[in-house]
Design a protein around this ligand. Structure first.
Ligand code: HEC
Length: 204
């Protein structure tokens, strides 16, 4: 009995019906391939996969100017961004000097961050000690001597807000760095200048 069933099983596995079934499966698999890749095939249940809105740069019959991308309304600011309100002028610097307050305590972490940012954005001109002797100047490539950040004026008259303002808007021949350095990092640089460079300087 047992032997019989085994023989029957083997017969099914090699029988013509079985082979035909395998062939059919392969035919289905190969015939479902789209060789040109232009046909997205049959979609089962597309639900809301295809949206109806106009693409950003497509024509649009609803708006008068026929464009989908409408200009941003005046006064719009990106989310989470507080616009910097002091202009890059003498008056702007004066106002920032009076009104802008340093919001950070000079923690060791902040000063470390300030040094990192100073070493990226300022050291080439203002130098490792802040005396205006950075290698761009000493090598002769940048002919205008950058100002010292550690002299008496910088220590006693120039406020934190003023340094922040100069970084943000630039000053005279120095370019603005507001686009490159985050506000928090600008304050970190201010704190680094105060707590490290100025604290360890001989006022030159
Ligand atoms: C490409 C060179 C260069 C870089 C980079 C640069 N500065 Fe300056 N900076 C100058 C020069 C030159 C002046 C003097 C500008 C003038 O008086 O016209 C100056 C002026 C200043 C002043 C005003 C000093 C004063 O006596 O009024 C401050 C503050 C200052 N820089 C800070 C920074 C800080 C902080 C950084 C880095 C974020 C930085 N600078 C990056 C060249 C540079």
């Amino acid at each position: 009995m047992q032997q019989n069933t085994m023989i029957q099983n083997t017969n099914i596995r090699t029988g013509p019906a079985y082979l035909a079934a395998i062939l059919a499966v392969f035919m289905i698999i190969f015939s479902s391939c789209d060789r040109t890749r232009n046909d997205k095939g049959y979609e089962y249940f597309p639900d809301m996969a295809h949206s109806w809105p106009y693409d950003t740069y497509s024509e649009n019959p609803v708006y008068e100017d026929g464009k989908t991308a409408q200009p941003v309304p005046e006064g719009t600011v990106p989310r989470d961004e507080i616009p910097y309100q002091y202009p890059g002028s003498f008056e702007g610097r004066e106002l920032a000097a009076k009104e802008l307050k340093n919001p950070f305590e000079p923690t060791a972490k902040l000063i470390k961050r300030g040094k990192e940012q100073y070493d990226i954005f300022c050291v080439n001109c203002h130098g490792p000690e802040g005396k205006g002797n950075g290698n761009l100047h000493t090598s002769g490539l940048y002919i205008i001597k950058p100002k010292s950040l550690v002299n008496d004026k910088m220590k006693n008259e120039v406020t934190d807000g003023e340094i922040f303002h100069v970084i943000t808007r630039g000053w005279g021949v120095m370019g603005a760095h507001g686009a490159q350095i985050d506000p928090d990092d600008r304050w970190a640089i201010v704190n680094y200048i105060r707590e490290e460079l100025q604290a360890n300087s001989d006022n030159q």
